[in-house]
Design a protein around this ligand. Structure first.
Ligand SMILES: Nc1ncnc2c1ncn2[C@@H]1O[C@H](COP(=O)(O)OP(=O)(O)OP(=O)(O)O)[C@@H](O)[C@H]1O
Ligand SMILES: [Mg+2]
Length: 654
């Protein structure tokens, strides 16, 4: 048997490196985190050949004093914590004291650093920088003088040159760089106050200025994740019970096939956490098309003592002391934000409010809610909505149309005749409580010039406008202040029915109505038994059943809301649902699913002719219904084509 012996420092570090250094991107993460911990305000990253040949990170942080330099590269050496108490409330990104030792054991690493001159020290001293490298099995450090401004530069060359087995796992330059780029995004999204740049093979890939104002933060997000996301995102800013959540969540109509646009930060550290993922998924459950993934960039802030970050070597996971509280808080906050999305939503994206700065780079839509309050952006309202060709269901981006108000200035944007139609429709429209009135004016302060502007306001055009026609029994065409609205009537009605059913069932107040002629339904004996057994559940959903014979049941009553449904299919499907879920607490858990299926049956089918008042009724209902921007499966229910979109289609110059 072989004798026991101590591993050489290099080998021990190489083993430790196995946990945290898989590819160049991991190194970027570790080094940039160090720069952030050192209080840097500017971090420059240079990468060659996907980071395999060279990674260089340069910062303007506090630097490392000469005497500490060798320690920085040795294992179990850190300046960030000293006691267990420190660890339990750690607020720096690093604390293990391992990253540099690990990285330098599997690459050629040099570190050059200079600190600010100490008080009383002559200015000249500040120029003195030192460079450190380690060599050999023992990883002995050697230090020599160098030139460097205050701050630190790390150069990592030839990753895995001495560990061929690991080197084999590296992919192509392109793939490795795409990982570097992804990690860069995470880091740049974690600290808006720091300037970041990334170059690959001498080419500038990102160059980000510090962002303190909301609008600049959105610019950064747009630069990193694409303007479409921020354009179709809700701004979140909430705080409760010592927890704070800020950031952006994509509208359900801006969903992804992958989980590739999900960024969640806990106290500035990006994490992938199952509890968090679950809470967010729950919040979207009702509004996301099957199999689609939400997009989000969210920041949770809480007392560092309430979260354990020391659960995984890469620190990608955390453990919350009170996981339940965090889960509930996330779910509630996001669920509510998403519920508020509807055509007249004021709570949809807000952070662009009062500023037109984003317009050329990001906002491709004139329908920013800011249009409602900021004349500055109104000038911008001629820009087309992204939707028509946009692949990712982003048509409803940032549309937030306040009812009874037209934000457009001047007559030019105002489709002639809407006001006239109003009166005609009004007599047709059911109890829509639309009060007609003449256009009036309102005064706004121009945020840029400070001047008072008089703005014409049409008082009574609702956000989704008034129906003009039905297209092929599927779409409702409506005219609103901006142009044409197209509504998928089945999808929209389904959502409305669903939301109403949910409320009714919640309040144990499902209005149900006897059928004039009860319907007898032939079923299997097992189904009939189940129908009897679940009679209470059926009743809670507003359906009254009776056993008529061993193999038949009689349907006596159905919810008023579903009176248009094909009753037999509705009941057959409900029966199937109830049987599948079995016990009543499971039924309760699957309640929304069951209600969703019921709503689908009860909603207007394609090809049903609607009268104009019916169509208008539907539009008004949409404006009043939570989540009405998407059907129960997350597909959009409506889209807007503005006059300028139409003009573009017809090459009509303005
Ligand atoms: N860019 C930098 N500027 C200033 N000091 C640095 C920098 N990078 C590293 N250091 C110093 O070197 C020490 C070691 O860094 P290293 O990344 O190995 O460990 P750590 O950050 O303390 O913990 P972890 O292993 O969790 O990252 C740090 O504690 C810090 O004092
Ligand atoms: Mg570190």
């Amino acid at each position: 048997m072989k004798r026991i012996h101590l591993l050489s420092p290099r080998l021990a570090n190489q083993i430790a490196a196995g946990e945290v250094v898989e590819r160049p991107a991991n190194i970027i993460k570790e080094l940039v985190e160090n720069s952030l911990d050192a209080g840097s305000t500017r971090i420059e990253i240079d990468v060659e050949q996907g980071g395999i040949k060279l990674l260089r990170i340069r910062d303007d942080g506090q630097g490392i004093p000469k005497d500490d330099l060798p320690l920085a590269l040795s294992r179990h050496a850190t300046s960030k914590i000293s006691t267990l108490d420190d660890l339990e409330a750690v607020s720096s990104l690093g604390f293990r004291g391992e990253a540099l030792a690990s990285i330098s054991s599997v690459s050629r690493l040099t570190m050059t650093s200079a600190t600010a001159p100490k008080e009383g020290e002559p200015e000249g001293e500040s120029g003195q920088a030192w460079q450190v490298e380690v060599e050999g099995r023992e990883m002995a450090a050697s230090i020599k003088p160098a030139a460097h401004p205050k701050g630190t530069t790390l150069e990592v060359r030839d990753l895995f040159f001495n560990t061929p087995a690991r080197r084999k796992f590296l992919r192509t330059e392109k793939t490795e760089f795409s990982h570097v780029d992804e990690y860069f995004k995470r880091l740049a999204l974690s600290r808006y106050d720091v300037a970041f740049s990334l170059r690959h093979n001498q080419k500038v890939i990102h160059s980000l200025r510090p962002a303190t104002r909301g609008i600049d933060k959105e610019k950064r997000v747009a630069a990193l994740l694409g303007p479409k996301f921020i354009d179709a995102a809700l701004h979140i800013d909430s705080a409760a019970a010592g927890l704070e959540l800020t950031g952006w969540v994509g509208l359900p109509t801006f969903s992804r096939s992958q989980t590739d646009m999900q960024y969640f930060f806990v106290n500035g550290r990006i994490v992938r956490d199952r509890l968090v993922a679950h809470a967010i998924k729950q919040a979207y459950r009702d509004v996301l098309y099957h199999g689609r993934q939400p997009a989000f960039v969210l920041y949770l802030t809480l007392d560092p003592g309430l979260v354990d970050v020391n659960v995984h070597p890469t620190k990608h996971e955390v453990r919350f002391r009170d996981g339940r509280l965090v889960h509930d808080y996330l779910f509630r906050t996001l669920h509510k934000a998403l519920a508020d999305v509807r055509p007249d939503s004021q709570s949809s994206p807000t952070s662009l409010q009062g500023s037109g700065v984003l317009k050329d780079e990001v906002a491709s839509t004139g329908f920013s809610p800011s249009g409602l309050t900021s004349p500055a952006l109104m000038a911008n309202s001629q820009q087309p909505i992204t939707g028509v060709q946009a692949g990712e269901f982003s048509e409803q981006t940032r549309m937030s149309l306040l009812p009874h108000r037209n934000p457009m200035t001047g007559q030019a944007n105002n489709p002639a005749g809407v006001q006239e139609h109003l009166n005609a429709y009004q007599s047709l429209s059911q109890p829509l409580n639309i009060a007609s009135s003449m256009a009036t004016t309102e005064e706004h302060i121009d945020p840029e010039t400070g001047e008072v502007m008089t703005v014409a306001v049409e008082n009574d055009i609702p956000p989704l406008g008034f129906a003009i026609a039905q297209l092929h029994g599927i779409y409702i065409l409506a005219e609103n202040a901006y142009g044409l609205v197209v509504v998928d009537m089945h999808a929209a009605h389904e959502r409305i029915t669903y939301e109403r059913l949910k409320i009714a069932v919640d309040n144990q107040n499902v209005q149900s109505q006897p059928l004039l002629v009860p319907i007898t339904l032939s079923v299997s004996e097992g189904e009939a038994d189940a129908a009897e057994q679940h009679a209470d559940e059926f009743a809670r959903f507003g359906v009254l059943l009776q056993r008529a014979a061993p193999e038949s049941i009689m349907i006596r009553q159905i919810p008023v809301i579903l009176q248009q449904a094909e009753v037999e299919r509705l009941v057959t499907d409900m029966l199937a649902d109830l049987m599948q879920h079995g016990s009543s607490d499971r039924i309760q858990a699957h309640r929304n699913e069951i209600l969703g299926n019921m709503a689908c049956h009860g909603s207007v089918r394609a090809n049903r002719k609607l009268t104009v008042p019916e169509m208008n009724g539907l539009l008004r209902d949409m404006e009043d219904t939570e989540r009405s921007g998407q059907c129960n499966h997350g597909r959009p229910t409506w889209t807007q084509m503005s006059m300028s979109d139409l003009d573009k289609l017809f090459l009509r110059g303005r």
